[in-house]
Every structure is written in C-alpha cells, then in structure tokens.
Design a protein around this ligand. Structure first.
Ligand code: GLV
Length: 329
C-alpha cells in the first residue's frame, strides 16, 4: 500500500507531535475536531473508511464494534490502559492494538504521591473550608492529619507507574515498600527493598495502599467491603489506575464507618463523579478528575508513541508497544 493511500482516523484532538509524524509519513490523517468524545455511532461511521484508528479510552471498542470494523489494520490507543477494548476479540480478528506506556509514569505517580499527601493532611477539605468562609481561629485539636515518614506503602500492581510511586515515597519519607504483583519486580526489590506479599498481607500491613494495576476480570471490584475490612483503621487508600478496581459504595461505607482512615482517587466509578457524591465532602478524602497523564510532557509522549506504533507497524510489521502480539501473523 502506498503511504498516501493509508487513512488514519484520530478520534480526539491530541498534541500535534504525533499528528505531524503521521503526516510526514504521507498518510491521510483525519481528525475529530469537536471538543467532546465521539458517540459510538459517530465513531462507527468515521472508521468505516479508515485503515487505522488512533483511539482514546473513552470509546468502548467492544465485540460489535470490532466485528463491524474488522477491516482495521491496527488500533493505536492514546493511553496506557486498554480496558475499553475487547482485546481477545481484536486478537481473534487479527487487529493488533498498540498503547503508550512509560511516558506517563512520572506524571501518574505524581498524582498518586500528591493525593497521598493531600489526604494525609486534609488539603482539599481545608481548601474548601476556606472558600466557604470557615477559616476561624487556630484550633489545636482540629484538622489533625497523619505523617508519612517511615510508614509502609503497599502497592497493588507494581509496574512502571508503581515503581515511580515507590521511588517517590522511599525518597521523601523513607517508607517501607511492600507489593502484591503476579510477578517479582527485582528492580523494586533491589532499589527500594520492596517485599512481595500476598493480597491479604498487603491489606493488613499497608499504611498507604496505592493501586497501580490494570482493570481486568481479576482486578475488577477487588477493593470491596471484605478487602477494606482487612485494612488498618489508620490506612489511606489511593487509586490512580481505574475506578472499576474499587467498589465505590463499599469505599464510602468503609470511610463512614472508619474502617479505613482516608482515600485519594484520580479515577472513580462511574466517571465523571457526580458533584453530590458524599466522597467530595469528606474530610479525609481527595478526588481528582482522572488527570494522571495530564502534563505537557506525558501527553506529548503519548501522542508521539501512538504515532510511532503506527509508523513502525506499517514500515516493519513490528509495534513497539503492542498489547496483543498474537494478532500479528
Ligand atoms: C489513562 O488513564 C491511561 O490509561 O493512559
């Protein structure tokens, strides 16, 4: 296929760096220009005449979508997560899927680290209190937070983002690191003395428990009432991965009943979170609107990687970051 006959459809405005790379290859690049996610119908229509879809996590690429678009040569996801795509079906149909790991690890770990401090010292609650005119006299017994020095950080899912979180917590607070992961992470063990533990041990020993895993059948709803009950009453739960990994009703209950002490979330279930959600008015809670990768550096990196995945595949048959290599014959 000549490059100038290759059509790439990009389902949302993304930083120019990747678009420029695609255009430089001579591809025909079509962009969704409205400042809102496409509906499934709109995406379905737009993709009909495309060879490659550069997609965002906001569009569900389910069995039906994939079967109706099996002409796609590749899907290049502008995200590290890909739980919006039915990967086994894409593999079955021979559609490889690329993603954008690593470039957003620093940015996302910063959000996990920042939320940990924000929760431990009630930043968001106090900020809101000032805005509402509630800053009165110095109160010796009010707004007491917790210190993090020497505490234990438990990481659920220790990959590229989790290891940066470990580094932050170790460097700033000399925290002990424990982790629960399918495989051993020898870099974390060597650099940060991280100790691999069972899920039950992670729950029972963590002062801060930070989630950095993918959302899958194995992790969906993993942090539920039964899990929160095994955590320390002084513990802080942090989730910057996917909202589906915790049960939000159970989390609210665990905080209300003081089963756990606090929570910081960059991902919620559902998203967006409703403005009346009780979590937003709790003293020991900090919520952000899924901004883990929202830095200039990370988003530029994601745009570049999403484009490089496409260009490399078309030129060499290899996708540098492919989540289902089995799709490539
Ligand atoms: C964001 O949530 C991502 O998966 O990149």
């Amino acid at each position: 296929m000549m490059n100038n006959t290759i059509r790439v459809f990009v389902s949302r405005r993304i930083p120019a760096i990747g678009i420029d790379l695609l255009k430089k290859e001579g591809y025909q690049v079509e962009l969704w220009s409205e400042d809102r996610p496409m509906t499934t119908e709109e995406l379905m229509k737009a993709v009909k005449s495309a060879d490659i879809l550069l997609s965002l996590g906001e569009n569900k690429l389910d069995t039906d979508f994939l079967q109706q678009n099996k002409h796609l040569k590749m899907i290049s996801q502008f995200a590290v997560g890909y739980d919006n795509i039915n990967i086994p079906e894409a593999t079955r149909l021979g559609i490889p899927v690329g993603n954008t790991p690593d470039v957003l690890s620093e940015a996302t770990a910063d959000i996990a680290f920042g939320l940990t401090i924000a929760v431990s010292r009630k930043f968001f609650f106090n900020h809101k209190m000032i805005i509402e005119g509630g800053w009165g006299s110095f109160k010796p017994m009010a707004y007491l937070g917790q210190e993090l020095s020497g505490k234990t950080l438990g990481i659920y899912g220790l990959g590229a983002i989790g290891i940066v979180m470990a580094q932050r917590c170790r460097g700033a607070y000399n925290m002990n690191i424990i982790y629960c992961n399918r495989t051993v992470n020898s870099i974390a063990e060597q650099k940060f003395d991280a100790v691999r533990v069972s899920f039950e041990e992670l729950l029972g020993q963590s002062d801060v428990l930070s989630v950095h895993s993918v959302l899958s059948d194995e992790t969906r709803g993993k942090f539920n009432a039964a899990a929160f009950k095994q955590m320390k009453p002084s513990s802080i739960f942090i989730n910057t991965a996917r909202g589906g990994i915790h049960n939000e009703t159970d989390l609210i209950e665990a905080l209300n009943s003081k089963t756990i002490w606090g929570a910081g979330l960059d991902v919620t279930n559902p998203e967006p979170m409703h403005k009346d959600n009780p979590l937003l008015s709790m003293e020991n809670v900090a919520i952000l609107p899924h901004i883990g990768s929202a830095t200039v550096e990370a988003r530029d990196g994601m745009s570049r990687l999403a484009a490089e995945n496409i260009i490399s595949y078309l030129n060499t048959g290899i996708i540098p970051h492919c989540v289902n290599p089995g799709a490539i014959q």
